[in-house]
Design a protein around this ligand. Structure first.
Ligand SMILES: [Zn+2]
Ligand SMILES: [Zn+2]
Length: 333
């Protein structure tokens, strides 16, 4: 048996919907590895899952999709890892490999994709299993806790950054300054961008400045220059027209969230001149590999706040109430 935080019915995180239970330890299939979880990052998507903002394909469910752990059992056909290897398991848990999206280099959109801690049990538990080809090696540069936020906040941030088209010498706007944005800021600076951060919290603005933001302000403020590209991380549709207002002709606005409140009606003028709005959904294994390599090379500094596994409910409630000053990470073992 193993200890896990189990969601039986979604409910507001303040009411502690995750229960500490003992459930059967998973056994790896032929091409899977079993991972003894050391820690697991807490993501906004976990909050949407636990509170039922997303339709849930599996209940009861162990959430968690930024998993760092050590391989403690190998399926009999596994060739790419050995016992004791440290791996990370991100949101993309498996794909069918055969649909048009998989064949077309967009496995993030796979018709039969499964997501960790959503379609299958995730990392708010002592053990989990994963296909060997969906587990990722991690650079020794990062401690377990510091590596955890890279797996979703980082990877999704990287894909959002890529899809925003921001390039060296350009100005990039970031709306909302949580776990993902503070990693993208470092990445974008390293790639030679000037970064403009829009966020309400004073502490967040200070952190953004410390990490090298060229300008910080609230979403109502006007930056000194128009922006070449922007990414909205906050799930607030009202930010879309605000962000478009500061975007230059031909610029791209990428929406990084899995959900968003309704986007208000837009004046066509805000979009005209070939401005692009696009969403970002999941990420590919290649995004993950590229980002983990870059993150180690920079190296990206993750700001973390550690909670014991048993306090997962509190971590989620703190995330919801914007009480976190860094990415929450659950210490499991
Ligand atoms: Zn597919
Ligand atoms: Zn996530």
């Amino acid at each position: 048996m193993m200890r896990a935080m189990l969601l039986e019915r979604p409910a507001p995180s303040e009411s502690s919907p995750l229960r500490t239970v003992d459930i059967l330890m998973p056994e790896p299939a032929a091409r899977e590895v079993r991972v003894r979880v050391r820690c697991c990052g807490v993501c906004h998507t976990d909050l949407h899952i636990v509170e039922g903002d997303l339709a849930l394909p599996k209940l009861p469910l162990v959430p968690g999709h930024q998993i760092i752990g050590e391989i403690d059992q190998l399926g009999r056909e596994v060739t790419s890892f050995k016992l004791g290897d440290r791996v990370g398991i991100p949101w993309l848990y498996s794909t069918d490999g055969v649909c048009a999206f998989c064949q077309g280099n967009s496995e993030n959109l796979c018709e039969h994709a499964q997501f960790t801690g959503y379609h299958v049990h995730g990392g708010y538990a002592e053990y989990c299993v994963v296909r060997e080809d969906f587990a990722h090696s991690l650079s020794a540069v990062f401690s377990d806790e510091n590596a955890a936020p890279l797996l979703c906040a980082g990877v999704i941030g990287y894909r959002s950054y890529r899809l925003s088209g921001a390039a060296a010498g350009q100005r990039l706007g970031l709306y909302g300054f949580g776990a993902s944005a503070h990693l993208v800021l470092q990445l974008a600076r390293h790639q030679g961008c000037e970064v403009y951060v829009f966020t309400r919290g004073t502490a967040h603005r200070q952190l953004a400045e410390k990490l090298g933001a060229a300008w910080t302000g609230t979403a109502d403020e006007t930056p000194p220059h128009s922006l070449d590209a922007s990414i909205i991380f906050a799930p607030a549709g009202a930010l879309v027209p605000q962000a478009l207002r500061h975007l230059r002709k031909g610029g791209t606005l990428a929406l990084a969230g899995i959900t968003m409140t309704q986007i208000p009606a837009l004046d066509y003028d805000l979009l005209y001149h070939e401005r692009v709005i696009r969403s970002v959904a999941n990420s590919t294994r290649q995004d993950c590999r590229e980002f983990l390599r870059l993150a180690a090379e920079i190296p990206i500094q993750t700001q973390i706040q550690v909670y014991p596994l048993s306090e997962a409910n509190r971590a989620l409630a703190d995330l919801k109430q914007s009480k976190l000053e860094a990415a929450a990470v659950l210490r499991v073992s």
